[in-house]
Every structure is written in structure tokens, then in C-alpha cells.
Design a protein around this ligand. Structure first.
Ligand code: AMP
Ligand code: MG
Length: 314
């Protein structure tokens, strides 16, 4: 996932915490190996991408379930989120270690973005087919949320009730820090080291941000970053960062990417689903989803969220 993962626990002895963290870490690594379309080694997602067109492939239940969730987000977001952008993402090359220096040719961008549209066929019981080699699954915008979710389940199965998992700014918390809630800063998309707001979280809460500062290059005075608008195949321009706050980290991850692409016009939809959001738009203005406004604006201190504030119905 190209990031360090930081675990914080409270209220458990060190030995118990360490073995829980080790188990959660290996589970998160297993998920990365299962879903990543980059790097060495084979996995069911790469095999699906290389499979012949038009022939149903049985996906492992875990992969099929995450794909089904991703397809629901795709549909509900009006194709702002797409799990079939693999070929286009590879063309741009943001997941390589070295950032690219130039955008790819326009013709290839539009060919691959068209090819990614509605290119999957859903068969029975977790089987899928694709319609050609330009239709590649890419779970890059949702698998980290799944890894965080599973990592937290493992911590809990080891008796940890108060913890934070922080995977490069994508966060899930459970419980509290003793008498106090956990404090989570939302980073400013331009001024590194600054936060736009701090959230106090108690209970099960995921806070996931998609930002144009994570992987990008500048070319002729323009920033090209890794979150693409599937409609154009170009880096989405309506936001600098999009944060979703809800209980489930999978939905927080998928919808932060979707909201980033949709821009502030996507906020009513996020509110309707019972999630909270903070969006920094393309001009640097900060917007809140309706339900988040009263709780999260920095002027109203302390901003406080409890699990009972969050009802997600995606
Ligand atoms: P995130 O950082 O969670 O917003 O995910 C970004 C990653 O997801 C990129 O590196 C791509 O692999 C992939 N991606 C880029 N644009 C999209 C999109 N519109 N929908 C789904 N996945 C995307
Ligand atoms: Mg995401």
C-alpha cells in the first residue's frame, strides 16, 4: 500500500498488545498481497486481469465481496469511483516508485478511460468476466480500507478494545484513550504539518482522506495526481482533499475517493447515506457535509464524534 502503518493501543499490557499488532500487521500484509496489481508474484486479481475476455472467472469470496461493494459505490457515485481503472492507472504510472515526469498521450488516456466503463459482467456466486485486456481491476482506492477494517478485527480478537490503526493518514479508532477521546488531525492539503481540523473520536470511527498531495508530479505549472476522473481519464480537479468519517473503513476509503472526484456537489449524497465529510475544493475552500457542519467546524470546539452520531446506510 506504499505506506507505513502505525498502531496505537491503550489499556492492554505490552506483550499482549505486541502480539496483537503483529497478527494485525500480517493480516494487512496478506490483504495487500491478495489485492495489489503491482509488484512481483501472482494473485487472483492479477490472474483475473490476465484472463481471456468473455469467460467467467470464479473469484475468491473475499475478492468478490470487495468487488461487489466497489461496484455499488461505482453505481451510486455515478461512476466517479471505478474499480476497473487498472489499465489507466498503470498508464499514468502513479503507483511506480518514481513519479512520472509527463502525462501520457491524450489518445491513450481517452481510449483507456472509455474501455474501463461498464466492462465487467457479473455471473453467479462471485464469478465475473471482463470484456477485454483494457478492463483491469484495481482495488487501490478501497483495499486499504479493507486492510484497516480487518486489522482492527484482529486486534479486537486479541482482546484489544482501545486502539488506532493509522495507515498513512487513513485511520480507524475503537474505544478511547483512557478517560479522553482519541484526537485525530485532518491534514491540510497544501500546508504540510498543518491540520484543517481536529476530530475527537470515541467508539468505532474511521476517518479516511483522499488527497492530491499523496502521489503527484508537476508539469508546465500544473499538478497531476493519482485520483482520476473515470469520465475523462484525467486527474480529478474538483478537490484537493476529501475526508469521510463513518464507522466502516471500507466505505470510508471508497467514498473518500468518490467524493474527491465528485467535489462538493457530492456532499448531499454523503450526508444522505449518514456519513460525515470534509472536502477541500479545487480552490482551497473547505466544505462540510450537512450533518458534519455543526460538529466538525474548528470554531466549535471541541468537535466531538461518538459512534452513536454515525449511522451508515450506503
Ligand atoms: P485513494 O488514495 O484511496 O483515493 O485511492 C487512489 C488509488 O485508487 C489510485 O492510486 C488508483 O490506484 C485508484 N484510483 C484512482 N482513481 C480512482 C477512481 N476514480 N476510482 C477508483 N479508484 C481510483
Ligand atoms: Mg480511497
Amino acid at each position: 500500500m506504499g505506506t507505513l502503518v502505525e498502531f496505537t493501543t491503550h489499556g492492554t499490557g505490552q506483550a499482549q498488545a505486541l502480539s496483537a499488532i503483529e497478527a494485525a500487521g500480517s493480516e494487512m500484509q496478506r490483504i495487500e498481497n491478495l489485492f495489489s496489481i503491482y509488484g512481483e508474484g501472482s494473485n487472483p486479481v492479477k490472474l483475473f486481469n490476465q484472463s481471456p475476455p468473455g469467460i467467467m472467472q470464479q473469484l475468491p469470496a473475499e475478492v468478490a465481496t470487495l468487488l461487489e461493494t466497489a461496484l455499488k459505490v461505482e453505481k451510486r457515485s455515478g461512476h466517479a469511483f471505478s474499480p476497473t481503472l487498472g489499465a489507466l492507472n498503470k498508464l499514468w504510472g502513479f503507483s511506480q516508485t518514481e513519479m512520472p515526469a509527463l502525462p501520457p498521450p491524450d489518445g491513450e488516456i481517452s481510449e483507456l478511460s472509455k474501455a474501463s466503463f461498464a466492462c465487467l459482467q457479473h455471473g453467479s456466486e462471485g464469478s465475473f468476466s471482463h470484456n477485454g485486456s483494457l478492463c483491469e481491476l484495481d482495488f487501490g482506492a478501497i483495499a486499504k480500507g479493507y486492510a484497516i477494517e480487518r486489522g482492527m478485527e484482529i486486534l479486537q480478537s486479541h482482546g484489544i478494545n482501545h486502539a488506532i490503526i493509522n495507515a498513512g493518514g487513513d485511520i480507524k479508532v475503537i474505544g478511547t484513550h483512557g478517560e479522553r477521546p482519541w484526537k485525530i488531525g485532518i491534514r491540510h492539503p497544501r500546508n504540510s504539518g498543518e491540520v484543517i481540523t481536529t476530530i475527537e473520536a470515541a467508539g468505532e470511527i474511521s476517518i479516511v482522506t483522499s488527497g492530491d498531495y499523496e502521489r503527484y508530479f508537476n508539469h508546465q505549472g500544473r499538478r497531476y495526481h493519482h485520483i482520476l476522473d473515470p469520465h475523462s481519464g484525467m486527474p480529478a480537479a474538483r478537490a484537493r482533499s476529501a475526508t469521510i468519517i463513518t464507522s466502516n473503513a471500507i466505505l470510508a476509503d471508497a467514498w473518500s475517493t468518490a467524493l474527491f472526484v465528485m467535489g462538493h456537489e457530492g456532499l448531499p449524497l454523503i450526508g444522505k447515506m449518514g456519513m460525515n465529510a470534509i472536502l477541500v475544493d479545487g480552490n482551497g475552500r473547505i466544505h462540510y457535509s450537512k450533518n458534519a457542519e455543526s460538529r466538525l467546524q474548528p470554531s466549535r470546539s471541541p468537535p466531538m464524534l461518538r459512534t452513536s452520531d454515525i449511522k451508515t446506510d450506503p
